[in-house]
Design a protein around this ligand. Sequence first.
Ligand SMILES: *[C@@H]1O[C@H](CO)[C@@H](O)[C@H](O)[C@H]1NC(C)=O
Ligand SMILES: *[C@@H]1O[C@H](CO)[C@@H](O)[C@H](O)[C@H]1NC(C)=O
Ligand SMILES: *[C@@H]1O[C@H](CO)[C@@H](O)[C@H](O)[C@H]1NC(C)=O
Ligand SMILES: *[C@@H]1O[C@H](CO)[C@@H](O)[C@H](O)[C@H]1NC(C)=O
Length: 394
Amino acid sequence: MKNTSVDLPIKRHKSLLCSRLFGAILVSAAFFISSAIIVVDHKKRFPELQNSDAMQADPTNICENQCSLDGSEALPKGIVVKTSDLEMRPLWGPRKKRKNPKSPMSLLAMAVGKKQKANVNEMIKKFPSDDFVIMLFHYDGNVDEWKDLEWSSRAIHLSAISQTKWWFAKRFLHPDVVSEYAYIFLWDEDLGVQNFDARRYVSIIRNEGLHISQPALDPDKSEVHHEMTTREKGSTLHRRIERMSRSKKKCYRNSTDPPCTGWVEMMAPVFSKEAWRCVWYMIQNDLIHAWGLDMQLGYCAQGNRTQYIGIVDSEYVVHYGLPTLGGSPQNKTNTESSIEESSSLQDKVSLESNHTDIRAEVRKQSLNELEQFKRRWRKAVQEDGCWVDPYKQQ
Ligand SMILES: *[C@@H]1O[C@H](CO)[C@@H](O)[C@H](O)[C@H]1NC(C)=O
Ligand SMILES: *[C@@H]1O[C@H](CO)[C@@H](O)[C@H](O)[C@H]1NC(C)=O
Ligand SMILES: *[C@@H]1O[C@H](CO)[C@@H](O)[C@H](O)[C@H]1NC(C)=O
Ligand SMILES: *[C@@H]1O[C@H](CO)[C@@H](O)[C@H](O)[C@H]1NC(C)=O
């Protein structure tokens, strides 16, 4: 991965968790062996190997159990399986072999309703089964309606009436469950994918080292809420915009804040597994519309957000901004703060009756949640004396 040198001092120095402590042991052991760089690098690329490495590196720690207070202490270590995956396995016989078993799989997770079945079908066809696990969150409870589609039996279907994408993601995409997947696509169902190729997309973000990204939006056909996400023709990707944004904030070459740089919108985010581990923690259980999350994503970028967050122009999508979903006011005013604008299409609630009324309510709720989220963030910052804001303006 490029640019690993622009690491920020985001990582706190507290070691509250066992794995952190193991990590610290690993690092200090590494210094003793004077091969620090190699080992740190190794650890970065294979964070899941931390624990076993640590144990090998420092045998005196093998019996010190005070760290693993996660309920597994009663078991012999070798039997403990800490992470899981979403792979479906046959009842008997060998597993189907992947063509390219070396390249890790990624995950596409979408909240869907039957009204968008045709479009969702087109979308999923763009994610080849050899490289992508598909997980559908049915917010309208209609699971059987999807059975006739060719890929349906290899997708994982979850159903919970009128729940949002973020509600599902918090509950079912725990980082320990999706740790095998290189990238997590957490997408809305109303995206046009004629000009999108999932494999090429992954290869671009991998080569560019983007931990958080999204495909650009085709400005001619999309409901665009923010210029940052507008496709730049002829470019592969962009990490910032310099023109005036639609909200009142202006963007310059020297801008370092979202939404001028280090920012993606929430209708089609793609997270590396490292970034997702961080983002998952930031999602609040009760703030199901997740408004405000987009502006804080930079803290999960695994380094300088101006570097590790980007918009891919060469693989782009159309954002239809369909009105079938609650809380998606069709009409955008451009005077609101960027957070509100950018977040207004996130909600994936199935609302059949009394549209305007319910949508207004959902919007009100979303705005309330935004305020709550901001309050919680401020409080958390105040209360955590060890946390340093890497992006704070001096
Ligand atoms: C950024 O650039 C703009 C326009 O070029 C300038 O007005 C502004 O002072 C610059 N800001 C910083 C922090 O350098
Ligand atoms: C959006 O609002 C503008 C002005 O308020 C109006 O002219 C336009 O028709 C509206 N569009 C939709 C799709 O409601
Ligand atoms: C629709 O909204 C109106 C206005 O708030 C309300 O009076 C009415 O009872 C609602 N109808 C249904 C079916 O919920
Ligand atoms: C991130 O990178 C930008 C551009 O290189 C730089 O201006 C900024 O100071 C960096 N931010 C931090 C926190 O290092």
